[in-house]
Design a protein around this ligand. Structure first.
Ligand code: NAG
Length: 251
C-alpha cells in the first residue's frame, strides 16, 4: 500500500466511521460508555520502566513519532534543556520543546530510541525544523548516566559520518528537570479526532494523558507509526466499527 492510498483509506474509514456512529446513536440510542477502565495489560509493571527525553522540533509531532513504537508505554510533552524555572508554552525561555518517553527496556532499548530520533528529524537544520523556526525547536538528546552518554555520542558520530559535510547540530545534555507542558499540548494530534476519543471512551483529561492506548492512537492519527503498526491499528479500528460497538479496549 502506498502512502497516498493509506492516507485515503484512513480519511475514508474516518468519514464512514463518523457516519456509522451517528446512525447507531440516532437509530438505536446505544449509549457509548463515558469511560472505560483500562485493562491491566495497558498498565505494565511501573517499576521496570525507563524514561528517555528528546528534543526534535515541535513536541506535538515528537510525541506522535514515539507513541506507537512497541515497548513505549507513555509519552508526555514538555520543556527541558534550559534554565528557566516553570516554563510555559508562550514563555518557555531557553528550554526546548521535548518529549518524555516511558518505555519497557525489555521491548525497546535506548539505542532503538536513538535510531528513531535520528530518522525522525533533520539534525543538520540550524535554529528549527522545517516551518518551525526558533531555538525552542533545537535538537537535543538528554542522557542519564554514562552508558546513555556513550551511546548518544557514538550515534551522533555515526550520524555525522552519514551527513558528510553538513554539521549535525544535535546537542547531548545531561537530563535535568523535565517540565510537563500544559494539558492542551498533550496528545495534541489525537485531540483533533473526536471520533477516536470517543472510541477510547472519552477519558477525562489526566487519564487520557497517561493512557497507553491514547499514546498509540496519537501516533496513528499523525500517520507516524511504523507502516506495519499503522495498518494493524487501521484493521483493529475497522473491526470494531464492523461489530458496531465502538469502544476500543486494546491494540
Ligand atoms: C536516572 O536513572 C536512574 C536509574 O536508572 C533513575 O533512578 C533516575 O530517576 C533517572 N533520572 C532521571 C532524571 O530520569
Amino acid at each position: 500500500m502506498t502512502v497516498s492510498e493509506m492516507k485515503f483509506s484512513f480519511s475514508h474509514l474516518f468519514s464512514i466511521s463518523l457516519f456509522i456512529v451517528f446512525v447507531v446513536n440516532k437509530a438505536h440510542c446505544i449509549r457509548i460508555p463515558d469511560r472505560i477502565s483500562e485493562t491491566t495489560r495497558d498498565q505494565p509493571d511501573q517499576q521496570n520502566l525507563k524514561t528517555a527525553v528528546f528534543s526534535l522540533g515541535s513536541f506535538w509531532r515528537s510525541e506522535a513519532v514515539f507513541g506507537c513504537l512497541p515497548g513505549v508505554v507513555r509519552t508526555t510533552v514538555g520543556y527541558a534543556g534550559g534554565s528557566k524555572i516553570n516554563p510555559e508554552y508562550r514563555s518557555l525561555g531557553d528550554h526546548a520543546e521535548s518529549v518524555q518517553i516511558e518505555y519497557d527496556p525489555r521491548l525497546i532499548s535506548f539505542r532503538d530510541l536513538l535510531e528513531v530520533f535520528w530518522s525522525s528529524h533533520d539534525s543538520r537544520q540550524v535554529f528549527g525544523q522545517g516551518p518551525d523556526v526558533g531555538n525552542q525547536y533545537r535538537s537535543i538528546i538528554f542522557t542519564n548516566g554514562t552508558d546513555e552518554s556513550r551511546l548518544a555520542a557514538v550515534s551522533k558520530e555515526k550520524e555525522q559520518t552519514r551527513s558528510r559535510s553538513s554539521i549535525v547540530t544535535t546537542q547531548i545534555q545531561q537530563l535535568g528537570i523535565f517540565y510537563p507542558a500544559e494539558a492542551e499540548h498533550q496528545k495534541f494530534e489525537l485531540k483533533r479526532h473526536p471520533f477516536l476519543l470517543q472510541l477510547l471512551g472519552n477519558l477525562p483529561g489526566e487519564e487520557l494523558e497517561r493512557s497507553s492506548l491514547a499514546t498509540k492512537l496519537n501516533g496513528y492519527v499523525a500517520e507516524l507509526c511504523p507502516p506495519i503498526i499503522q495498518m494493524q491499528i487501521d484493521a483493529k479500528i475497522n473491526e470494531i466499527i464492523k461489530k458496531g460497538w465502538p469502544v476500543l479496549r486494546e491494540l
